[in-house]
Each structure stands twice: as structure tokens, then as C-alpha cells.
Design a protein around this ligand. Structure first.
Ligand code: NDP
Length: 360
């Protein structure tokens, strides 16, 4: 028997108030069941919104873990090591690494037992747990948004994004560079040295230019971009795609520099501000506004999802792609209140050195 410790919640609310620790034992797997040991599981902004009850996809509350109240386990991403397999399991073996086949698995726990078709094997060679633990959401979101909405011509076209220091943003500027695209990264400014350090880091990762939100909201921004284009040997080019992580004014600033017929893809709303658009952008520039949700895309395109995950992990092994920085949150708290409070709070507020990551 395996002892499993899970974070659980029975009602929506502030994570530090509604999360509890629950221990239960897992019997040896039979049939197509696999028993998994969690190696690493990130704390993504959507996980927190899900616990708060503000996220559109809701978890299943049940008493399957032996809780007195129906409960759900938070967390949507992780990498697990296969600890034991049932007699009819075909796709994985003991010692393999697997990631969730879709979101909603409930990953903030030490062990779990599920059907083999709920996970996907990843080749562990050349990878750290943090690579596999963060491959299914951020890099895939960036990859699809750069390829599925407008055709960007390598060596010519530019894209722009706010929230460029986010996991998705960092993935987008690396993929953009690998694919020969020019990019403008808009970030929240930091005081003094810290701001310069961040700027340099994003330029090194692949951004063509990095600007603060304030700079992107000035009247000179469009002409500034034209100058950058001629400096980069892409005069006459245009910004055809904008990736919006933030909403509010930082999103309007991106829309204003999009070329006629360009497209803004919204995937996050970190500022919690709505997107209010001047009508002229629609009437005279015929901009297109779209949204992207990786969970829905993955459920509808399981084979493309598998290929994309493989593609990103290959780039990691070749040293061409790095996952965003992470900050370890050790899973050794006696009560969930201890380490969780700060880790969780930081997930939504930002200005962090890295994404929170449960390590076991
Ligand atoms: P990370 O946890 O890696 O980073 C969060 C980012 O949000 C940081 O860069 C931070 O900026 C920024 N931020 C926080 N608050 C604000 C604010 N008030 N104004 C501007 N920026 C802010 O995030 P992820 O990359 O995992 O996720 C980013 C967003 O994308 C989230 O909203 C998430 O839910 C969404 N998302 C959506 C997906 C989809 O399929 N639609 C998939 C993946 C993520 P700073 O660097 O300055 O601290």
C-alpha cells in the first residue's frame, strides 16, 4: 500500500483558507490502472482561479479519496514517475515519466492512481522534472498562438506581446526567435537595476526589443517601432500578431500598433481589467480579436498536442529552449497554511523570480 498526501478543497475560496491536507492509502494497481509518484507540480495562475471558483472549468468534487465531504484536488500540471502498473497496462512501465493527458487531473498530491489513458509518457532522457512538469500549458499556448491565427513570414514579420515575462511570454519569444520572427516584449517595469536585468534576460532569450508598459502607451510608440524595423533590416514590415496576457490599457497599446487586418489573441487577464477598444481600430483597421484556451485546444486536438509536447521537449534536449524560472516550494509542510500562503499569493501578484513549483 502507498500512503498518499493530497491538498484538497471542498468549497471555493481563498487558497490558504480552503485548502486542507488529506492522507489516504492506495492499494496495488490492477487492470489498466497505474500508481504514480509526483516529482514536480507547478502553481499556475489558473490553478488559483480554479480554487477561488472563478475559472470556467470546474473540478469534480467527490468522496473517492475517502474524505467526509466531497473534495477536489487542485493543480493541472505535473510530471509523475510510474511506481507500479496493473496487469493490462500497455503504454507505460515502472520508472517511466508521464504528464497529464488533459487538464483537471488534480496534481497537488504525492501519489495518485488512475487509468493509463489519463496520462501520456514522455521520454525522460535529458530532462529535469521541471521541464516535463511545465511543458503542457505555457509552451503549448505560445506555440499555437504563434502558428494558428495569422501567417507570420520568417525574417520579415513582427509580433508583439504584453506580460512578456510570463511563462507563456518567455516561451513565445524563444519560439519566435527559433522560427525567424521579430518580437516586441512589453513588461511591467521594475525599479533600477532589476528592470535592466529583466530586459537583458528577455533580449538574451530571443526578444528583438523589450519595452515597459508605460513606453508602449506613449504616442511615439508606433513610430518607435518603425525605426526598430528599419534598424533590423525589415523596413516596410508590420506587426501582424499581438498576444495579450494582461488586458486593460496594456492590451489597447498593443492593438494600436497592429497593422491593418492584424490579429490580437487574448489568453490571459492578469490585470483583471476589461479590454475597451476605440471603435476606429475595428472600423478603419479591421483588426481581428480572438481568444485561445489551451485546455480546449488540447481536448480537441490530442494528436497535435502530443506532437507539440514532443517538439518542445526535443528543443529543450537540444539546448534551444528553456522553461521559465521556477521557485521550489518544498512539499514538507505539516499544515497547508505554512508554505502555501506566500507561494499562492505570489502566483497572482507577480514580480516574482519564478513560477512556484511543488517539489516532492
Ligand atoms: P506566470 O505565472 O508565468 O506569470 C504571470 C505573469 O503575469 C507575470 O509575467 C506577471 O508580470 C504578470 N502579471 C501579474 N499581474 C499583472 C498585472 N496586474 N499587470 C500586468 N501583468 C501582470 O504566468 P503564466 O504564463 O503561467 O500565465 C499568464 C497568464 O496566461 C495567466 O492569466 C494564465 O491564466 C494565462 N494562461 C492562459 C492559457 C490559455 O490557454 N488561455 C494558458 C496558460 C496561461 P511580472 O513579470 O511583471 O511579474
Amino acid at each position: 500500500y502507498t500512503q498518499s498526501k493530497s491538498l484538497i478543497y471542498s468549497t471555493y475560496g481563498t487558497p490558504s483558507e480552503v485548502l486542507n491536507l488529506h492522507t489516504h492509502s492506495i492499494s496495488p494497481p490492477h487492470g489498466s490502472l497505474v500508481t504514480l509518484r509526483t516529482l514536480a507540480a507547478p502553481l499556475n495562475p489558473a490553478d488559483i482561479n480554479q480554487i477561488q471558483g472563478t475559472y470556467p472549468s470546474k473540478p469534480t468534487f467527490s468522496t473517492a479519496l475517502g474524505t467526509s465531504q466531497p473534495a477536489a484536488v487542485p493543480g493541472n500540471e505535473a510530471v509523475f514517475e510510474v511506481q507500479a502498473v496493473g496487469s493490462s497496462v500497455k503504454t507505460v512501465k515502472q520508472g517511466d515519466w508521464v504528464v497529464p493527458a488533459r487538464t483537471g487531473l488534480g496534481t497537488w498530491r504525492t501519489h495518485l492512481q488512475i487509468d493509463e489513458d489519463q496520462v501520456m509518457r514522455v521520454e525522460r532522457q535529458g530532462l529535469q522534472p521541471a521541464h516535463a512538469a511545465t511543458v503542457t500549458v505555457n509552451p503549448l499556448t505560445a506555440w499555437r498562438m504563434l502558428t494558428d491565427f495569422v501567417h507570420l513570414e520568417p525574417g520579415r514579420d513582427w509580433f508583439i506581446q504584453n506580460g512578456a515575462n510570463s511563462g507563456v511570454g518567455r516561451a513565445a519569444l524563444q519560439l519566435g526567435k527559433l522560427w525567424g520572427l521579430k518580437s516586441i516584449a512589453v513588461v511591467r517595469d521594475r525599479p533600477g537595476q532589476e528592470g535592466e536585468r529583466l530586459k537583458k534576460e528577455l533580449l538574451d532569450l530571443g526578444a528583438t526589443r523589450v519595452v515597459s508598459e508605460e513606453e508602449s502607451q506613449t504616442g511615439e510608440f508606433a513610430s518607435q517601432i518603425k525605426t526598430w524595423m528599419s534598424e533590423s533590416g525589415t523596413s516596410g514590415s508590420a506587426v501582424r500578431l499581438a498576444l495579450n496576457c494582461v488586458g486593460g490599457k496594456p492590451a489597447v497599446a498593443l492593438a494600436k500598433v497592429l497593422a491593418p487586418g492584424g490579429c490580437m489573441v487574448t489568453y490571459g487577464a492578469m490585470s483583471k481589467q476589461p479590454l475597451s477598444l476605440p471603435a476606429g481600430l475595428l472600423i478603419f483597421k479591421n483588426l481581428r480579436f480572438e481568444g485561445f484556451w489551451v485546455s480546449k485546444w488540447g481536448d480537441e486536438h490530442p494528436e497535435d498536442r502530443r506532437k507539440c509536447i514532443g517538439g518542445v521537449l526535443d528543443l529543450v534536449r537540444e539546448g534551444k529552449f528553456t522553461m521559465g524560472p521556477t521557485m521550489d516550494v518544498r512539499w514538507d509542510f505539516k499544515t497547508p497554511k505554512e508554505g502555501l500562503v506566500t507561494a499562492v499569493q505570489d502566483t497572482l501578484e507577480g514580480y516574482r523570480k519564478g513560477k512556484g513549483m511543488f517539489v516532492f
